[in-house]
Design a protein around this ligand. Structure first.
Ligand code: SF4
Ligand code: MG
Length: 335
């Protein structure tokens, strides 16, 4: 498989009045052509910051990539000029966010908004771009696209607006689509429709997807691989089956246990007790140690290294050390 995107040991910090917040601490992963990878974790785990670093959309002056490389088709985006990034953003790598209302311009017809990127990146004439806009609306399942292309965002429902956002993101045939909580703002039935649409579009277009989510339930439908983030680090990574059926990291167990179960008698969700680490003063050992029911002395003192579980599965936990006691995932974590 061709490596499309390769993050190697990325560190991202934010300068605040209180000091330096180390939001991402040594993240590495690869994305193949046409593949879909989910990055899962609680808010503050560094997943959105990681994706914004790829797009170089970190808040100016405050946020910066301190270390590491982000190779996209061989080019290091961590060091690319703003001019180069402008050519890449929206054309080669595009991004959709949680709330479609904030990414659409309320004063412009959706047709014009789709056409903008096409005119900028693909040098299309007005009529070509308009025709492509109508086709894109059809592709994302908007009825009567010839009429709706001339309407404004407020004339669309939340779910339809997110479809428009997806149409814009796909307009220039990007190689990578980053979707940051794309369905969180939508109600449950619409969520399912949007995820179906994304999977369908991925089949049709071959675009690789990075799906950012706090909800493991969303992952099973769309992703092939999963990276679980905690405290600015990837703590476990594997195929969807490995993460769901053979999880190794206690934090992944916690995420699985907090997922609503179809056959559950109690509707109560098991939240993981405790709070994420303070990334201004990150712990020197395992980032999860303060909340981990299995924490050992070594966990507090030493950072666990990523250990191979299989050729596609890694976890960073001292329980995988051969000297550690054998611990099985709790029953609530079984899918
Ligand atoms: Fe828990 Fe230790 Fe594993 Fe961290 S390294 S998840 S504290 S057992
Ligand atoms: Mg986020």
């Amino acid at each position: 498989m061709e490596k499309l995107l390769e993050l190697d040991n990325i560190h991202v910090s934010f300068q605040t009045y209180g000091g330096e917040v180390k939001a991402v601490r040594g993240v590495s992963f690869t994305l193949d052509k046409g593949e879909s990878l989910a990055i899962v974790g609680e808010s503050g785990s560094g997943k959105s910051v990681t994706s914004k670093s790829i797009m170089r959309l970190l808040p100016n002056k405050i946020g910066s990539i301190k270390q590491g490389s982000i190779k996209f088709q061989g080019k290091d985006l961590a060091k690319a000029s703003e001019r180069d990034m402008e050519k890449i953003r929206g054309a080669e790598i595009s991004m959709i966010f949680q709330d479609p209302m904030t990414s659409l311009n309320p004063t412009m017809t959706i047709g014009k908004q789709i056409m903008e990127g096409l005119r900028k990146h693909q040098n299309m004439s007005k009529s070509e771009a308009k025709e492509r806009a109508v086709n894109l609306l059809k592709l994302v399942g908007i009825p009567n696209p010839e009429l709706r292309v001339d309407e404004y965002p407020h004339q669309f429902s939340g779910g339809m607006r997110q479809r428009v956002v997806i149409a814009i993101a796909l307009s220039c045939n990007p190689k990578v689509l980053i979707a940051d909580e794309p369905t969180t703002a939508l109600d449950v039935t619409i969520q399912a429709q949007i995820l179906d649409l994304m999977r369908d579009l991925q089949d049709k277009t071959g675009t690789a997807i990075i799906l950012i989510t706090h909800d493991l339930g969303v992952v099973a439908n769309l992703a092939q691989r999963v990276a679980v983030m905690y405290g600015g680090m990837i703590v476990e990574t594997g195929t969807v089956d490995e993460i769901f059926y053979k999880p190794k990291h206690p934090y992944t167990w916690g995420l699985l246990a907090s997922m609503p179960k179809l056959n559950a008698e109690s509707k109560e969700l098991l939240a993981i007790p405790g709070t994420p680490p303070d990334l201004m003063n990150p712990p020197k050992g395992c980032p999860f140690a303060a909340r981990c029911p299995y924490a050992m002395e070594v966990c507090l003192e030493n950072m666990p290294e990523a250990t191979d579980v299989s050729s596609s599965h890694k976890a960073a936990c001292w329980l995988l050390d051969e000297r550690a006691p054998k611990v099985e995932p709790p029953e609530e974590a079984l899918v």
